[in-house]
Write a protein that binds this ligand. Structure first.
Ligand code: SF4
Ligand code: SF4
Length: 184
Protein backbone atom coordinates (compact mmCIF):
# COMPACT_ATOMS: atom_id res chain seq x y z
CA UNK A 1 0.00 0.00 0.00
CA UNK A 2 1.28 3.45 -0.87
CA UNK A 3 2.08 5.83 1.99
CA UNK A 4 -0.33 8.49 0.66
CA UNK A 5 -3.19 5.98 0.56
CA UNK A 6 -2.41 4.86 4.09
CA UNK A 7 -2.49 8.47 5.34
CA UNK A 8 -5.81 9.13 3.58
CA UNK A 9 -7.32 6.07 5.16
CA UNK A 10 -5.94 6.90 8.58
CA UNK A 11 -7.53 10.36 8.57
CA UNK A 12 -10.79 9.10 6.95
CA UNK A 13 -10.17 11.62 4.15
CA UNK A 14 -12.81 10.30 1.72
CA UNK A 15 -15.54 10.15 4.38
CA UNK A 16 -14.77 13.66 5.64
CA UNK A 17 -14.71 15.03 2.09
CA UNK A 18 -18.07 13.40 1.28
CA UNK A 19 -19.66 14.74 4.46
CA UNK A 20 -18.33 18.23 3.73
CA UNK A 21 -20.11 18.26 0.38
CA UNK A 22 -23.33 17.03 2.00
CA UNK A 23 -23.19 19.65 4.76
CA UNK A 24 -22.48 22.40 2.22
CA UNK A 25 -25.69 21.51 0.32
CA UNK A 26 -27.74 21.67 3.52
CA UNK A 27 -27.33 25.45 3.52
CA UNK A 28 -27.98 25.99 -0.19
CA UNK A 29 -31.35 26.92 -1.66
CA UNK A 30 -32.95 23.67 -2.93
CA UNK A 31 -33.41 23.35 -6.68
CA UNK A 32 -36.18 20.78 -6.38
CA UNK A 33 -39.87 21.56 -5.92
CA UNK A 34 -42.20 19.71 -3.55
CA UNK A 35 -44.63 18.87 -6.35
CA UNK A 36 -47.65 18.94 -6.31
CA UNK A 37 -47.69 21.31 -3.31
CA UNK A 38 -45.22 23.57 -5.09
CA UNK A 39 -45.28 24.31 -8.80
CA UNK A 40 -43.08 26.03 -11.32
CA UNK A 41 -43.99 29.57 -12.13
CA UNK A 42 -44.64 29.54 -15.83
CA UNK A 43 -43.56 32.23 -18.27
CA UNK A 44 -46.13 34.87 -19.12
CA UNK A 45 -46.61 33.54 -22.63
CA UNK A 46 -46.76 29.89 -21.60
CA UNK A 47 -49.53 28.03 -23.40
CA UNK A 48 -51.09 25.51 -21.06
CA UNK A 49 -54.54 24.02 -20.82
CA UNK A 50 -57.27 25.97 -22.57
CA UNK A 51 -60.05 27.40 -20.45
CA UNK A 52 -63.39 29.00 -21.25
CA UNK A 53 -63.99 32.40 -19.70
CA UNK A 54 -66.95 34.08 -18.04
CA UNK A 55 -68.04 37.65 -17.62
CA UNK A 56 -66.62 38.76 -14.28
CA UNK A 57 -69.62 40.90 -13.43
CA UNK A 58 -72.48 38.59 -14.32
CA UNK A 59 -70.86 35.17 -14.47
CA UNK A 60 -72.31 34.62 -17.94
CA UNK A 61 -70.37 32.66 -20.53
CA UNK A 62 -68.43 34.87 -22.94
CA UNK A 63 -68.59 32.28 -25.71
CA UNK A 64 -71.10 33.12 -28.44
CA UNK A 65 -70.88 29.75 -30.18
CA UNK A 66 -69.49 31.24 -33.42
CA UNK A 67 -67.45 28.07 -34.17
CA UNK A 68 -64.39 30.11 -35.26
CA UNK A 69 -62.10 28.19 -32.91
CA UNK A 70 -63.43 24.85 -34.12
CA UNK A 71 -62.72 25.83 -37.72
CA UNK A 72 -59.29 27.30 -36.93
CA UNK A 73 -58.00 24.25 -35.05
CA UNK A 74 -55.53 22.49 -37.36
CA UNK A 75 -55.95 19.08 -35.71
CA UNK A 76 -59.74 19.13 -35.26
CA UNK A 77 -59.63 18.63 -31.53
CA UNK A 78 -62.44 21.09 -30.75
CA UNK A 79 -66.05 19.97 -31.04
CA UNK A 80 -68.88 22.43 -30.37
CA UNK A 81 -72.61 21.85 -30.38
CA UNK A 82 -74.48 25.14 -30.56
CA UNK A 83 -78.01 26.08 -29.59
CA UNK A 84 -80.13 29.18 -30.22
CA UNK A 85 -80.07 31.50 -33.20
CA UNK A 86 -78.57 34.88 -34.02
CA UNK A 87 -77.47 36.77 -30.94
CA UNK A 88 -79.02 34.12 -28.71
CA UNK A 89 -76.60 31.49 -30.03
CA UNK A 90 -74.32 29.81 -27.50
CA UNK A 91 -72.19 26.69 -27.17
CA UNK A 92 -74.42 24.11 -25.52
CA UNK A 93 -71.62 21.54 -25.61
CA UNK A 94 -67.91 22.25 -25.94
CA UNK A 95 -65.22 19.56 -26.03
CA UNK A 96 -61.45 19.74 -26.39
CA UNK A 97 -59.51 16.55 -26.99
CA UNK A 98 -56.18 17.10 -25.23
CA UNK A 99 -54.71 13.97 -26.72
CA UNK A 100 -54.60 15.83 -30.02
CA UNK A 101 -54.17 19.45 -28.96
CA UNK A 102 -50.71 20.83 -29.79
CA UNK A 103 -51.18 24.11 -27.87
CA UNK A 104 -50.67 26.21 -30.98
CA UNK A 105 -53.04 28.94 -29.78
CA UNK A 106 -54.84 29.36 -33.12
CA UNK A 107 -58.21 28.84 -31.44
CA UNK A 108 -57.46 31.73 -29.07
CA UNK A 109 -56.32 33.95 -31.94
CA UNK A 110 -59.49 33.29 -33.91
CA UNK A 111 -61.92 33.96 -31.04
CA UNK A 112 -63.72 37.22 -31.88
CA UNK A 113 -65.04 38.15 -28.44
CA UNK A 114 -63.56 40.76 -26.07
CA UNK A 115 -62.36 39.48 -23.69
CA UNK A 116 -61.46 36.18 -25.34
CA UNK A 117 -63.87 33.36 -24.64
CA UNK A 118 -61.12 30.77 -24.89
CA UNK A 119 -57.69 31.36 -23.36
CA UNK A 120 -54.52 29.49 -22.55
CA UNK A 121 -53.88 29.06 -18.83
CA UNK A 122 -50.73 28.14 -16.89
CA UNK A 123 -52.03 24.68 -16.02
CA UNK A 124 -50.00 21.87 -17.50
CA UNK A 125 -50.87 18.54 -15.87
CA UNK A 126 -52.00 16.80 -19.05
CA UNK A 127 -52.23 13.29 -17.68
CA UNK A 128 -55.02 10.85 -17.02
CA UNK A 129 -55.61 7.19 -16.34
CA UNK A 130 -57.94 6.79 -19.32
CA UNK A 131 -58.07 8.31 -22.79
CA UNK A 132 -61.55 9.67 -22.11
CA UNK A 133 -60.14 11.64 -19.16
CA UNK A 134 -58.33 13.85 -21.64
CA UNK A 135 -61.44 14.87 -23.55
CA UNK A 136 -62.50 17.92 -21.58
CA UNK A 137 -66.14 18.93 -21.67
CA UNK A 138 -67.56 22.41 -21.14
CA UNK A 139 -67.83 22.33 -17.34
CA UNK A 140 -64.22 21.26 -16.91
CA UNK A 141 -63.05 23.91 -19.37
CA UNK A 142 -64.82 26.59 -17.32
CA UNK A 143 -63.36 25.09 -14.13
CA UNK A 144 -59.85 25.47 -15.54
CA UNK A 145 -60.30 29.19 -16.16
CA UNK A 146 -62.15 29.76 -12.87
CA UNK A 147 -59.33 28.12 -10.94
CA UNK A 148 -56.74 30.16 -12.81
CA UNK A 149 -58.47 33.50 -12.33
CA UNK A 150 -59.84 32.86 -8.81
CA UNK A 151 -63.36 33.33 -10.12
CA UNK A 152 -65.80 32.60 -7.29
CA UNK A 153 -69.00 33.69 -8.96
CA UNK A 154 -70.29 36.95 -10.38
CA UNK A 155 -69.24 40.16 -8.70
CA UNK A 156 -72.14 41.53 -6.63
CA UNK A 157 -72.09 44.95 -8.32
CA UNK A 158 -72.56 43.21 -11.70
CA UNK A 159 -75.82 41.65 -10.59
CA UNK A 160 -76.82 44.81 -8.79
CA UNK A 161 -76.49 47.09 -11.76
CA UNK A 162 -77.27 44.52 -14.47
CA UNK A 163 -74.17 45.39 -16.50
CA UNK A 164 -74.70 42.63 -19.04
CA UNK A 165 -78.30 43.73 -19.57
CA UNK A 166 -77.05 47.25 -20.21
CA UNK A 167 -74.61 45.90 -22.77
CA UNK A 168 -77.35 43.92 -24.48
CA UNK A 169 -79.58 46.97 -24.64
CA UNK A 170 -76.88 48.81 -26.56
CA UNK A 171 -76.76 46.13 -29.25
CA UNK A 172 -78.77 46.68 -32.46
CA UNK A 173 -82.07 44.82 -32.51
CA UNK A 174 -82.34 41.50 -34.35
CA UNK A 175 -84.07 41.73 -37.77
CA UNK A 176 -87.64 40.42 -37.63
CA UNK A 177 -87.92 36.74 -38.61
CA UNK A 178 -90.75 37.50 -41.08
CA UNK A 179 -88.74 40.23 -42.78
CA UNK A 180 -85.75 37.91 -43.20
CA UNK A 181 -87.87 35.09 -44.71
CA UNK A 182 -87.90 34.96 -48.55
CA UNK A 183 -91.12 36.07 -50.23
CA UNK A 184 -93.37 33.16 -51.42
S1 SF4 B 1 -54.32 25.14 -29.17
FE1 SF4 B 1 -54.24 24.63 -31.38
S2 SF4 B 1 -54.47 22.41 -31.44
FE2 SF4 B 1 -55.13 23.04 -29.38
S3 SF4 B 1 -57.35 23.34 -29.56
FE3 SF4 B 1 -56.41 25.33 -29.97
S4 SF4 B 1 -56.17 25.41 -32.22
FE4 SF4 B 1 -56.52 23.25 -31.65
S1 SF4 C 1 -64.62 30.14 -27.89
FE1 SF4 C 1 -64.59 32.01 -29.15
S2 SF4 C 1 -64.20 31.29 -31.24
FE2 SF4 C 1 -64.85 29.49 -30.03
S3 SF4 C 1 -67.06 29.35 -30.37
FE3 SF4 C 1 -66.74 30.53 -28.49
S4 SF4 C 1 -66.73 32.68 -29.17
FE4 SF4 C 1 -66.42 31.41 -31.00
Amino acid sequence: MKVSTAIRRFFLYDIVRGLTITIRHLFKKPVTLQYPDERWEMAERFRGFLGLTRDFQTGEENCIGCLNCEKACPVDCITIVTAGKGREMYAREFYIDYMRCMYCGLCVESCPTTPKSIVHTNQYETTGYFRDDLVYEKERLYDIWEKESNFNGPRPWGKLFGLRNMENEKRPAEPEAEAAAPAE
